[in-house]
Design a protein around this ligand. Structure first.
Ligand SMILES: O=C(O)CCC(=O)c1ccccc1C(=O)O
Ligand SMILES: [Mg+2]
Length: 369
């Protein structure tokens, strides 16, 4: 493989509804779609899953654009590589910037799979032909609205409901949800909003039979999570603390959590994702695929990844229509009874709709040798 041309499309897409987490509210998604062309003409697609502001993670879209333009694209263009795994080592001298790295990695994997005439799922070793998915629901001031949303998503068949929490909107919210829905598979995500001073509050979630609590403590922390897990029964799932294979290894070693939310962007690409996957398989740590409010390109990659065996819990890859009036891929991602079919066609298995792509592009630049 030799990538000879890369085009970055900076996108601006308005979601149907605002999405609120403990770190803020987002409705206008600003991110990058990366299109890479091989010397043989094969085109691969990746999504850089940054947001306009560095609230979930330190990267943000304009910074990722510069990182890609100044460092990662020049390193990639014209380079002979025999396998996309090689990109991880190529990018390794540059610290972090994982979301930017993962965008090129994703496009390279799409090209690789297309050149072999196999699906991306097959290229990474996935075997599931269909995957179970859940849905993530943002913080709502209006509890009626929250309950209505949960009812709707449950009726649509989603396999688990994830609700965002923050201090002051936690135990009471969960208590009320459980009064209406005593049996649904339910979990919460705190997006780093608590500290060890909140152990008493977090303990109060124990009676509600939650599948897990996602990232209760600081982003990057492993030590305090291990301490917290000793005090609460609800299993801890790590999101913002896992940026590398070493993070995952250390988290498992010291018991920082019992479950891992995998986001390919956050670990810098599919190659590291596969290593973490092998580790979790070995250690019997359940995984699931997280989401970053992706467009169809990122969603397609998430579906392929979820076909791997250690992804035993439903992830956040909801239908395109959950967030978008129109998605940029054909067909859109459809969910029926909480199930998504894993495409068998080559690469990501969805076509990018150039017309829709152009409609939401606010900046576009092509880089060649
Ligand atoms: O539906 C999705 O794509 C996942 C929504 C979500 O929970 C989320 C969205 C943006 C940033 C972080 C997170 C998260 O998983 O913490
Ligand atoms: Mg999360």
């Amino acid at each position: 493989m030799k990538i000879t041309e890369i085009t970055m499309h900076r996108m601006n897409m308005r979601m149907k509804n605002p999405f609120t987490t403990s770190f803020g509210t987002e409705q206008d998604r600003e991110f990058i779609i990366l299109e890479a062309k091989d010397a043989d003409g094969t085109i691969g697609w990746g999504e850089c899953v940054t947001s306009e502001s560095p609230l979930y993670i330190e990267e943000f879209t304009k910074a990722a654009w510069v990182m890609l333009e100044e460092y990662l694209i020049p390193l990639t263009l014209g380079r002979e590589i025999s396998h996309p795994d090689e990109l991880t080592d190529l990018f390794a001298p540059f610290k972090r910037n994982n979301l930017a790295k993962a965008a090129i990695d994703a496009a390279a994997w799409d090209i690789y799979a297309k050149q072999q005439s196999i699906s991306l799922a097959e290229a990474i070793g996935g075997s599931r032909t269909e995957i179970e998915v859940g849905v993530s629901i943002g913080i709502e001031d209006d509890m009626e609205r929250m309950l209505h949303n949960i009812k709707e998503k449950t009726e649509e068949g989603y396999k688990r409901i994830k609700v965002k929490i923050k201090p002051g909107k936690d135990v009471e919210v969960v208590k009320e949800i459980r009064e209406y829905f005593p049996d649904i598979p339910l979990m919460v995500d705190a997006n780093s909003a608590y500290t060890l001073d909140d152990i008493d509050t977090l303990k109060k979630l124990d009676p509600y039979n939650l599948m897990m609590i996602e990232q209760p403590l600081a982003a990057g922390d492993l030590i305090d999570h291990a301490e917290l897990q000793k005090h609460i029964k609800t299993p801890i799932c790590l999101d913002e603390s896992i940026h590398s294979y070493e993070d995952a290894r250390q988290a498992i070693q010291i018991g920082s959590g019992k479950i891992i939310n995998m986001k390919v962007g956050r670990v810098g690409g599919i190659t590291t994702m596969k290593r973490v996957h092998a580790l979790c398989q070995e250690a019997n740590i359940p995984m699931w695929c997280g989401g970053m409010l992706e467009s169809g390109v990122g969603r397609a990659h998430n579906i392929a990844i979820t076909s791997l065996p250690a992804f035993t819990l439903p992830g956040d890859t909801a239908a395109s229509s959950r967030y978008w009036d129109e998605d940029i891929i054909d067909p859109e991602v459809h969910v029926k009874d909480g199930i998504v079919q894993v495409p068998a066609s080559p690469g990501i298995g969805y076509e990018v709709n150039r017309e829709t792509l152009a409609k939401y592009t606010v900046q576009k630049q092509t880089f060649t040798l």
